[in-house]
Structures are given as C-alpha cells and as structure tokens.
Write a new protein. Structure first.
Length: 168
C-alpha cells in the first residue's frame, strides 16, 4: 500500500480514493496502511473511501460516486487492491466521461498481463516465484513442526500509463 501512495504523493497527489474491501475483509487494515503512509509523509493528504470494487456493476457505482464529488474534492488517484479491479474502474470511468490518467490516476496490485487493455497499468509487482518458494517453505515448516517464520517479499512499483508521474 505504501509504494503507490508514496509515489503518488511525490508526484503531487493529495486526494486519494480507496475502494472499500469486499464483505469479510476488514477495511481498517487497508485504510490503516494508507493512513500510516500518509501520516509518515506529513502532507495532510485526504482519503475518500469509494464503494466496493469487485465486479463491473460495482465499478460503475464507484465511478459514479467519484464523478459526483466536486472536482476540488474528488480523488486525484485511486489505489485499488488488484489489477482486475483497476481495469474494471478504468472502463467504468471512461463510460461516464472521465479519463485515466488525465482526470484521475489509478494503480493496481499484481502486475497482471495487461497486453489486451488499451491502457497499461501502474502496479505493484510481487515475485510469484518468491511467493511460491515462501509458501512451500512455510508448508514444509508446518509439516515438520518447525517454528513459524515471517517471509518478506519485496514489492516493486512498476510505473506505467495509468499513473505516469507528475500532475500538470
């Protein structure tokens, strides 16, 4: 969460949209990480919690919610919890007349294949190989009664068209 937020802060974004999580997930955890990143930066940036974003219908609802906010209060960027959610929102925003990144920037998580999309997505990549290795090691540890470990997989921000950098 902090990688895209810090990147966007460095590029002048001060109003963020964060989609609400799906049922069963705690919104506090996601919002907590976002708030911590913003507080650490000390910029006075704001967070707007957008409607849940897990399918096309919800993406349209989220896009309408964003467009109903006055331009001076509207999020300058939306940080989604997945690339699929970001692409759904990009399409919904286009349908209501907002452009990414001209009107609003977007980031995803996952670095999913986007060659079939009109816009390349700024995203957070996690090494699938390293995640698989960590899962295997954790499984082996559990099977063999070894102590639990914390596995850290360093994320990488991949900057593309949906949040290219400096706001003009």
């Amino acid at each position: 969460m902090s990688l895209p937020i810090n990147f966007l802060l460095q590029n002048g974004v001060r109003r963020f949209g964060l989609p609400a999580p799906p049922p069963g997930y705690s919104p506090r955890i996601r919002l907590q990480y976002a708030r911590e990143a913003l507080e650490k930066a000390g910029t006075g940036a704001k967070i707007v919690t957008c409607p849940e974003l897990n399918n096309r219908e919800q993406a349209i609802k989220c896009a309408r919610f964003i467009s109903a906010i006055s331009v001076s209060e509207r999020p300058q960027a939306v940080v989604t919890n997945g690339d699929g959610a970001a692409w759904l929102l990009i399409e919904a925003l286009r349908e209501i007349g907002l452009s990414v990144p001209e009107d609003i920037m977007l980031t995803g998580v996952g670095n999913d294949d986007d060659r079939f999309h009109l816009l390349q997505l700024t995203t957070v990549a996690l090494s699938k190989q390293k995640m698989a290795e960590a899962c295997y090691e954790a499984f082996e540890d559990a099977l063999n009664g070894r102590e639990k470990k914390v596995y850290v997989i360093e994320p990488k921000l991949i900057i593309r068209e949906s949040a290219p950098g400096k706001r003009t």
